[in-house]
Write a protein that binds this ligand. Structure first.
Ligand code: ZN
Ligand code: ZN
Length: 287
């Protein structure tokens, strides 16, 4: 057995035994990055396995196309399986690399550089996909200025608004001008007394897209920050699965659904974090 394969088996074992905790995922990412720099054929073969395990299906398929031995029946069969996955899923559901505090800080700086305003209840709206970037730029309906970052999540208004820039959302101008909101005021947790907080959430915070009605969680007397779309695997990798299950919101059956949820699947979880105590909570729905 070659050294790459040996290392892969070790890391995979660690990944499985810890149910994919953050250290095991980070170790796989480090290994992946090393293998990507390596031209050795044996390293490339193992890299296919690493891609596959982390659900980079497209990368796994494309690499196996380059290096796979098509006269080998087993390799050919795997190529067929990976092709289906690659076509249906791409790399879209790859397990994200857990971020270190330094990486989080760098991302924060990047957002400032891009001129993205700070959203208290939706701290990384580029990461969650609430905003998309456009090279050539689009025109914001609200202010009429060209913007390279535009909003893609729901905006509830009578008029159909194609493009909104982050500034018009943060200032509340978009909500004011069109009498709209980014979140339904009936589908938020109770326990927040300050009407100013509700106003910020409904009228000055980018929303997210659920399968059904989006719902916003609250904790410690305030709305939580929306962190993104997750399934059980992502919750495990972040080390918060137990924490989100320990929530009076969910009965036993729903807890089981959260444990079986898959990001992008029929059962989808939406991750929130309390801005005061740091606790993680989820909302869940299905298609
Ligand atoms: Zn604007
Ligand atoms: Zn809290």
């Amino acid at each position: 057995m070659n050294e790459y394969l040996k290392r892969y088996i070790e890391l995979k074992k660690q990944f499985q035994e810890t149910e994919g905790n953050s250290n095991s995922v980070r170790a796989l990412y480090d290994f992946k990055e090393k293998l990507e720099q390596n031209e050795d054929k044996q390293a490339k073969e193992v890299l296919v396995d690493v891609y596959d395990l982390l659900d980079f299906k497209k990368d796994a398929y494309e690499l196996l196309c380059q290096i796979g031995d098509r006269s080998d029946k087993k390799a050919l069969k795997r190529l067929g399986t990976l092709k289906d996955y690659a076509e249906n899923l791409g790399n879209h559901y790859a397990l994200p690399k857990p971020k270190t505090p330094e990486e989080k800080q760098r991302e924060k700086e990047r957002r400032v550089q891009l001129g993205l305003p700070a959203f208290r209840y939706h701290p990384d709206p580029l990461d969650t996909g609430a905003f998309k970037q456009s090279e050539e730029g689009v025109v914001c309906y609200c202010c009429g200025k060209t913007t390279h970052i535009f909003y893609t999540s729901p905006f509830f208004s009578v008029e159909e608004i194609a493009y909104l820039c982050p500034v018009c959302i943060a200032s509340g101008e978009a909500a004011r001008k069109y009498g709209g909101s980014f979140q339904d005021d009936y589908s938020v947790d109770d326990g927040v007394d300050d009407p100013e907080k509700l106003d910020e959430l409904l009228h000055r915070t980018p929303g997210y897209s659920g399968w059904q009605q989006e719902y916003w969680r609250a904790h410690c007397g305030d709305y939580c920050a929306f962190l993104g779309y997750v399934g059980a695997r992502e919750l495990r990798a972040l080390g918060v699965l137990e924490e989100v299950l320990n929530d009076p919101m969910w009965d036993d059956e729903q807890k089981k659904m959260i444990q079986e949820s898959v990001n992008g699947g029929h059962l989808q979880c939406y991750l929130f974090q309390c801005l005061h105590c740091g606790r993680h909570l989820v909302w869940m729905d299905f298609d």
